[in-house]
Design a protein around this ligand. Structure first.
Ligand SMILES: NC(=O)c1ccc[n+]([C@@H]2O[C@H](COP(=O)([O-])OP(=O)(O)OC[C@H]3O[C@@H](n4cnc5c(N)ncnc54)[C@H](O)[C@@H]3O)[C@@H](O)[C@H]2O)c1
Length: 639
């Protein structure tokens, strides 16, 4: 069923090469070649409630330095405060580096860079904030530290200045009441990297004055951001949904369910995410991530937000992510985004120790979308493929679909006529399973029904020659059940392709407790031969992708159900705040609410996590027959 999920992702509106560029590249408009960003002169800004000409930023770490850049890019003078002269220099260096890159890439003229820097006054003295009309605080995520800073600000800035916190999870109300005038305190939660991501959550407490709040919202819009208004709840919209997913990914890594590279590749290639979860943890900073999870856990008591133990261990060891040069990955230098090899980096040698079996001929059982796609993938790679369908009519249908798909590839210039003919020449259709007697590997894609699959594996066990590998492309059934139906469980493996198989690069290679190492190695090598990216994991419900994706989607439904936000704002938050190709409700409607519910039930049954129990709202929509786009109504109604 991961297949269904990724059909959508693959076809997602707006999913384009942008997602293959780095976040930093997007920042300076790399996804729109030729676009040169210019500093907006003040006179061109639309009229607004309050004119901001000078603002302050406290803390120039991962977030603060980026926030300074956002203001300065938009023609606003900034007083940038750090705790020591050394930290001030570090902050200045980050701004210099970021704008240098923009100049190198032709996205910023040297003159505009000079003007931008001239707008920023760096200092280690908070008193320099005196004339600022707004101060944004971006110091580490500790309540006492933030309260202390806000109390001090009271005595420095004028009475009508606005005080904003960039906290990701701490109660803004508590920070506000540390000041003499809590009405002027708001949350202004930028996303990382601040110059790149358009989303800003503006947090209104029960005390914030409407006027202040409107001023901040208008300012965010002037900065080119998309502000969304939220209440004061730990994690707000985006982090409340994101951090459960990140914590889950860390737990997968910690339990050695899959490698860091495979977890990250699975989410990038399977869901079109711009970064994998562990690389994102490194970007966020593990210390910050720990504090956010800890606060979320303390507020909601959801076990799934209890920080995975390894996060604290890594923070204690100084492995805070990119900013310290090492986190889940190792970086060329502190602050660098360049990943360098370390002891965990997979080596070609490590992969080959198990040896592989030769695979020249392949069998595919089934005649549906997945089977047809896999036949094409193997045939295009020059392997002889025998596919088995249940009737002559189905054999013909597969052949016709294959011919059509290959013809389309020729029309689009993706294949030559010779390649098309060669691929077709490698394919043979039959209705007899016995014709698979001599193939090296069989992969089945028949109906997702365990009794049907078990009967098929029993037959394949009798028919196929010894040493042939038997694979299933199931997305939700236990692979070991198929293995147990044979007398050669060591030769049985999962090969979870994503839909459309011809397009999606990802294959989850699933080993059971019985699978032989050389079988895993053979399937990994086969994936490489046919141009797929294999990630390897154990035989648990959801494998990597669905296990990480669906609890997050379920959390989004629960958030909607609790009336914390709207489907539109939640979708916007995840797309513009986290760079995801689709929002959770868009995705659920395309995947199908019935399919999603089935996967969520599967995950809940396997892990018995209270937090995985499907949201009642999802159950009700399915009961009502609102299954998403396919029925014209799901979370939204379609024409
Ligand atoms: N990292 C993220 O992805 C992210 C995203 C959105 C919001 N946030 C929030 O932004 C805030 C900052 O997080 P970060 O990741 O940038 O942390 P960070 O550790 O990278 O940077 C914090 C900076 O604050 C400075 N600092 C500490 N005490 C100070 C003081 N008294 N005066 C001035 N500067 C001081 C530190 O020297 C450090 O440079 C936190 O509240 C965090 O939750 C973080």
């Amino acid at each position: 069923m991961g297949g269904e999920a990724t059909v959508v992702v693959d076809a997602a509106p707006g999913y384009d090469e942008t997602h293959r560029t780095t976040l930093e590249e997007v920042a300076w408009g790399a996804s729109r070649p030729g676009r040169v960003w210019r500093v907006q002169p003040l006179c061109e800004t639309p009229p607004m409630a309050r004119e901001f000409t000078k603002v302050g930023v406290i803390g120039l770490g991962t977030m603060g330095a980026g926030i300074v850049e956002v203001f300065a890019r938009n023609g606003i003078d900034v007083v940038a405060v750090e705790v020591t002269d050394e930290a001030v220099e570090r902050g200045r260096g980050v701004l210099q580096h970021s704008t240098d890159r923009a100049v190198t890439r032709g996205k910023l003229t040297p003159e505009d860079q000079t003007a931008l820097h001239a707008r920023v006054q760096f200092t280690s003295d908070m008193a320099d904030l005196k004339e600022c009309q707004l101060v944004v605080e971006a110091v580490p995520e500790h309540l006492d530290l933030k309260k202390d800073i806000f109390a001090k600000l009271d005595a420095i800035v004028s009475d009508d200045a606005i005080l904003a916190t960039n906290t990701s999870s701490l109660p803004v109300t508590e920070i506000a009441v540390a000041t003499i005038n809590p009405k002027r305190v708001v949350g202004m939660h930028f996303f990382n990297p601040a110059p790149v991501l358009q989303f800003v959550e503006v947090i209104k407490t029960v005390i914030t004055s409407d006027e202040i709040f409107e001023d901040v919202k208008a300012l965010a819009e002037r900065l080119g951001k998309k502000p969304v208004i939220v209440g004061d709840k730990a994690g707000f919209i985006a982090n409340a949904l994101l951090f459960g997913y990140l914590n889950h990914a860390v737990a997968m890594f910690e339990s050695k369910y899959a490698t860091r590279e495979d977890i990250d590749a699975a989410m990038k290639l399977g869901c079109g995410y711009p970064m994998g979860p562990l690389a994102l943890m490194d970007l966020i900073g593990l210390d910050t991530a720990y504090e956010i999870l800890d606060t979320m856990y303390k507020q909601g008591r959801d076990r799934l937000h209890a920080p995975s133990p390894i996060i604290k261990q890594m923070v204690s060891a100084g492995l805070k992510g990119r900013k310290s040069g090492r986190g889940f990955y190792t970086y060329a230098a502190p602050g660098s985004s360049a990943v360098v090899d370390d002891a965990l980096t997979p080596t070609a040698a490590a992969g080959s120790t198990a040896g592989t079996r030769p695979v020249r001929t392949v069998g595919v059982v089934g005649s549906g979308t997945m089977a047809t796609g896999m036949v094409e993938v193997f045939a295009k790679a020059g392997l002889d493929v025998t596919f088995v369908a249940r009737s002559e009519a189905k054999v013909e249908a597969v052949r016709a679909a294959l011919a059509k798909s290959l013809e389309k590839a020729v029309q689009r210039g993706k294949a030559t006529e010779e390649e098309r003919d060669a691929a077709l020449g490698h394919v043979r259709g039959t209705t007899r399973l016995e014709d698979l007697a001599q193939v090296d590997l069989v992969v089945e894609a028949v109906v997702e029904d365990l009794s049907v699959k078990r009967a098929l594996f029993e037959n394949l066990d009798e028919i196929c020659r010894p040493d042939a590998i038997l694979a299933t492309t199931t997305s939700s059934l236990p692979v070991v059940e198929c293995a147990a139906a044979t007398k050669r469980p060591q030769d049985v493996v999962g090969m979870h392709f994503f839909n459309p198989a011809q397009v999606m690069k990802l294959v989850e290679v699933v080993h059971t407790v019985s699978t032989a190492d050389d079988v895993v190695a053979t399937v990994q090598a086969l994936c490489a031969t046919v141009g797929k990216h294999a990630v390897t994991c154990g035989d648990r419900a959801g494998f990597i992708v669905n296990a990480l994706l669906f609890p997050y989607l379920n959390d989004a439904v629960k958030m909607l159900e609790a009336n914390y936000s709207t489907a539109d704002d939640i979708d916007t938050a995840m797309k513009t705040g986290c760079g995801l190709p689709m929002g959770p409700f868009e995705l659920l409607d395309v995947v199908g609410l019935d399919v999603s519910l089935a996967i969520e039930r599967e995950l809940y049954l396997e892990f018995r996590e209270r937090g995985y129990a499907p949201a009642p709202l999802l159950e009700h929509l399915v009961t009502a027959g609102y299954l998403g786009r396919k029925t014209g109504r799901g979370f939204r109604t379609y024409a």
